[in-house]
Every structure is written in structure tokens, then in C-alpha cells.
Design a binder for this molecule. Structure first.
Ligand code: NAD
Length: 525
């Protein structure tokens, strides 16, 4: 059952259901636009005092929150599992662990990552000039997040925004508002001052209200269609956006790959989180010489998977998070089968259970034009095609509107690196799939329709500040040579600048010294 909304007016609630059982698991307020505006106003008011704290003081609160999360680990993992249908083990391995790691990393390292940076300014140093950059918080950061990783995705962005000196207003997905409220509760217990983190639960209209409520940036994660809507709305207020959108991530298995391991990687990459990840393996291209063996291994591994309630200890694959998402999967698989594809496992929803259960489905005899190879399926489906040459593999991998992650499998690392550089994607992994969102230190983000900007790593942190350039003249008693007045001598010197100074060579610049001294000494008319 999808989450439902009781009467859209002040006091309205989102009623949250466990997708696996359909049972109610809690309620969350549905914030109206005026309430969102109040939340943003509280965050604005709290921001200067929060920014005035040192990195160490801000880091202390983050580390305290981290300790609370560790203490409540089982309770939080169970909540995530019941809200999404994913196995508790995955809530721990794919959400809690990476977010805990990110918390300690940015709590400890933001000070050095955002320390002032000297800028080399070419020949201007010869005139006693220097430049450096400092980084200042943006103000209030609006974070809009999806349901598939309801803990790690918003929490990572909250932590990075806060460490950079911003306050944040988070709008979690309407399918997973309870995880969002739990994030708020953890930070409250950690002693975060009032207003530094506001959580506004609600649906798309709540998210739309947040974009226009006076925030200084939007960090959006979700679908391409909504991302475009958010960017369009943000343009009206001239606020920047980071868009982390969909993916159709290719896996390329070369003829010299370790077949068994590549097959296990494909199965995990395609079916972890029930395939509901922007960086899931969504299409696989395998060299024709090993295709038969590889497919046999994939099928063998897939048949081993145990599907069931996420709260069961031995469940590998849970239910999908919503009936709506399951219907997209059904449409893609049915269209593929109608056009000649063969399902070696799965192929239709499980009918003898309640809840949106779709079995891990391996498809062969697919072609590049099918929706299952072009559109984001976001479900437990692994379509496999074979290729003959590396050229063909690169062409197929790049034949997509998306470019989030990709992987290349080979025992020859140099060969893998060369191929990786030719694939259009924000991240390309060699002999690895899916998991690099879990690395706090590396940039995350896509190209093409997969989005704009970066989260994570130093690049992600720089999205949450603006850089201020400070330029210093250590010879304040000497006028600049390019100031007024312009006369014949000035004209000659400017021509010298164009030829010599702009060459980037100190030696060439020094040749202008006599002319420069003459101009400094010249009496002014
Ligand atoms: P979605 O676009 O439907 O919703 C995302 C969020 O936007 C939700 O909180 C929703 O309430 C809000 N929203 C809806 N309409 C809005 C509007 N007009 N203005 C502002 N906010 C609005 O996406 P979803 O179904 O929740 O998530 C699945 C999508 O997210 C997939 O496409 C997946 O690939 C993508 N995703 C991307 C990444 C990444 O890092 N690139 C990570 C996770 C998920």
C-alpha cells in the first residue's frame, strides 16, 4: 500500500504503511506552505550563531548525533526496513554504516577541506600582489530527498551543510517521512540549537513550497522530471541547485574478466535494495566469448537469493517500496518479453504474497531499443546483452540519456582504466559496482540527464559554500601602471604588457622594467 494523505489542510497527516504488510507504522505532519515558510524563517534566524561556532564545535554536535545513532542502530534499521521494505541488513550496510562514516569524516576534516587556499596569480606577484580564497556558508540549504535511501541520502547532505556553517531545512519523501523525523530527533537529542535543522514532512507541494521559501540553495535528489521542475522554480528566485537524478548504469564485462566474481557483482549490483537505486546495475554488456558462462553464473547466483520481509534475518531481497514503482517494472519487463526477450528467472510479480514483491529477474535476448535498456527501471531487473568489440561496448554503454555510474570488469587494470575514461558517467568503477555513494571522500553526481553538481567529497562540500576571493596589494603607496592618465608612454607600455607580461614569463616581464619605472616617475598633467 502507498502512503496516504488524510485531508490536505493545516493539521493534515501522512499515514505511513509498511509496504510489505500494508499495516500502518506511524503518522507524520503534512506541512502547508505557510508552515514551510516559518521553518525556513527559523533556520534563517539560527544561521548566524551556528556559523559563528568553530568547525570543532560544530563537529562535536555531529559526533554526538553519531553516538546516538550507534546506540539506536537496531531501532533505526528496523524503521528504515519497515518504511521501505528493504532488509534490515541492507539498512545497516547501505545506509547506516556509510552515513556514520561520513559523519566522522566531515566532523573531523571540514576545517582543513575548507581552509583558505592561496591562488597563484601569474606575473601579478611581481607587483606585490597576492590572492587567496575563503569559504563562507550559503545561509539556509533546502534538501529534498527521495524514498529509496531515506536515511543516508538526506543525512549525508544535512551533515555536510551543517559542517559548512549553514542551517538546513529537509523535506523527506512522502513515502518515508518517519526516517526524516528520526533524523531530526537524533539531532535534537545531540543538542543541536533550535532552528539549525528543520524537517518539513509532506508531498511534492511541500517540496515546491520549500524551493520558494527563501532558502539559498536546493540540494535535490529524485527523478529527472521533478528535478527539472525544481530547477525551473529555483531559476525564478535565482538560487542554485544540485540535482542528483536518475541512472541507467551499464556494466561492461570484458573477455578477460573474472567471470564468477563479475556475475556475483552483477547480481548484487542489480538486486540490492530491490534494484531501487540510482546506481543499480540497470543493463549489462558481456563479451560474446564469455556470455554463456557469465549468464549461467548470474542465473545460478540469482536462484540462490531469498526474497521475503525485510525484517527477516535471512532475507536477501525485500519487497519493492511501492506499488507504483512495481508497475513501472512490470511495464518494462512485459514490453521486453513481448518483443522477444526471455526471462531466465522471475519475469512477473509474486502473486501468492501481500505487498509489492517482484522477483529478481534476469533477461536475455534484449535489444538496445527496449525501454528496459533505455528508461530507468528502478527495480530488480538485470537485462544482459553481448558485444563483440570494445568499440561496440563503449558505444552501447554511452547510448543513454543518463550518465551516473558505470562499471568495467577486466583482469587488466590498465585496459579497464582506458575504457573507463571513454564512458560518459560521473563515476566509473573497475571491477566494482554500485557502492561508491558510500565513500564520503569521493565526489558523487552525474552527467547528462543524471543531473548537475556534486555531493560528497571536497567537490560536494564546495557546493555548500561560496568562495570569496581576497586580493591584497602589499605596495599601497605605488599607483597601478594601468590607471589614468593615458598618454603616448602609457600606450607603449600597455603594448608591452600585451606582448610580454601576458606571456606568463617573468623574464619577458622584467624586460618592461625600464618602461614601468619611467611611467611611475612621470609627472601627472
Ligand atoms: P521524485 O522526483 O518523485 O521525488 C523526490 C522528492 O521530490 C520527494 O521528496 C518529493 O516529494 C519531492 N517533490 C515532488 N514534486 C516536487 C516539486 N514540484 N517541487 C519540489 N519537490 C518535489 O523521486 P522519487 O520517486 O522519490 O525517487 C526516485 C528517483 O530518485 C529515481 O529516479 C532515482 O534514480 C533518483 N535518485 C537519484 C539519486 C542520485 O544520487 N543521483 C539517489 C537516489 C535516488
Amino acid at each position: 500500500m502507498a502512503q496516504s494523505i488524510a485531508a490536505k489542510s493545516p493539521g493534515a497527516e501522512i499515514i505511513c504503511h509498511d509496504p510489505t504488510t500494508g499495516g500502518e507504522i506511524g503518522r507524520a505532519p503534512l506541512f502547508m506552505p505557510e508552515e514551510v515558510a516559518h521553518a525556513v524563517a527559523r533556520a534563517q534566524e539560527a544561521q548566524p550563531a551556528w556559523a559563528a561556532l568553530s568547525f570543532r564545535e560544530r563537529g562535536r554536535v555531529i559526533m554526538k548525533a553519531r553516538k546516538i545513532i550507534l546506540h539506536d542502530l537496531e531501532e533505526i534499521a528496523s524503521l528504515i526496513s519497515r518504511e521501505t521494505g528493504k532488509p534490515v541488513s541492507e539498512a545497516i550496510s547501505l545506509e547506516l554504516t556509510p552515513a556514520l562514516d561520513l559523519m566522522q569524516h566531515f566532523a573531523r576534516k571540514t576545517a582543513s577541506l575548507l581552509s583558505p587556499r592561496r591562488i597563484s596569480i601569474g606575473q601579478y606577484w611581481t607587483m606585490g600582489r597576492s590572492s587567496y580564497e575563503i569559504y563562507k556558508p550559503l545561509g539556509v540549504v533546502g534538501i529534498i530527498s527521495p524514498w529509496n535511501f531515506p536515511w543516508a541520502t538526506p543525512l549525508d547532505e544535512v551533515v555536510m551543510a551543517l559542517m559548512a556553517g549553514n542551517t538546513a531545512v529537509l523535506k523527506p519523501s512522502e513515502l518515508t517521512p518517519l526516517s526524516g523525523l528520526k533524523i531530526k530527533e537524533v539531532f535534537e537529542q545531540a543538542g543541536l540549537p533550535d532552528g539549525v535543522l528543520e524537517v518539513v514532512t509532506g508531498d511534492g507541494s511541500t517540496g515546491a513550497a520549500l524551493v520558494g521559501a527563501g532558502v539559498n540553495k536546493i540540494m535535490f535528489t529524485g527523478s529527472v522530471a521533478t528535478g527539472k521542475r525544481v530547477a525551473e522554480a529555483a531559476a525564478k528566485y535565482l538560487i542554485p541547485v544540485v540535482l542528483e537524478l536518475g541512472g541507467k548504469d551499464p556494466m561492461v564485462v570484458l573477455d578477460d574478466a573474472h567471470v564468477e566474481n563479475a556475475a556475483r557483482g552483477a547480481v548484487w549490483g542489480a538486486f540490492a535494495n530491490c534494484g531501487q537505486s540510482c546506481s543499480s546495475v540497470e543493463r549489462c554488456y558481456v563479451h560474446e566469448s564469455i556470455a554463456e558462462l557469465f549468464i549461467a553464473e548470474v542465473v545460478k547466483e540469482t536462484r540462490r537469493l531469498r526474497q521475503g520481509a525485510g525484517t527477516e534475518k535471512t532475507t536477501d531481497v525485500g519487497s519493492m517500496s511501492s506499488e507504483r514503482q512495481l508497475r513501472i517494472v512490470e511495464r518494462h519487463v512485459n514490453q521486453a518479453i513481448d518483443n522477444g526477450a526471455v526471462a531466465l528467472t522471475g519475469g512477473e510479480r509474486l502473486r501468492d504474497v501481500t505487498g509489492p514483491f517482484y522477483p529478481p529477474t534476469v533477461l536475455t535476448k534484449v535489444n538496445q531499443n527496449m525501454d528496459v535498456m533505455q528508461e530507468e527501471t528502478f527495480g530488480p531487473v538485470l537485462p544482459i546483452m553481448s558485444f563483440r568489440t570494445e568499440e561496440e561496448a563503449v558505444r552501447l554503454a554511452n547510448d543513454s540519456q543518463f550518465g551516473l555510474t558505470a562499471s568495467v570488469w577486466t583482469n587488466n587494470i590498465a585496459r579497464g582504466q582506458q575504457l573507463a575514461a571513454r564512458i560518459d558517467a560521473g563515476t566509473v568503477m573497475i571491477n566494482e559496482v554500485f557502492y561508491t555513494h558510500g565513500i564520503a571522500q569521493t565526489p558523487w553526481g552525474g552527467v547528462k540527464q543524471s543531473g548537475l553538481g556534486r555531493t560528497h567529497g571536497r567537490a560536494g562540500l564546495l557546493e555548500l559554500v561560496h568562495s570569496q576571493h581576497i586580493h591584497v596589494n602589499r605596495l599601497p603607496f605605488i599607483p597601478d601602471l594601468w590607471w589614468f592618465n593615458y598618454d603616448e608612454g602609457a600606450g607603449l607600455l600597455f603594448r608591452g604588457f600585451a606582448r610580454r607580461f601576458s606571456s606568463g614569463s617573468v623574464l619577458q616581464t622584467m624586460l618592461l622594467l625600464p618602461q614601468m619605472i619611467r611611467r611611475w616617475r612621470e609627472p601627472r598633467n
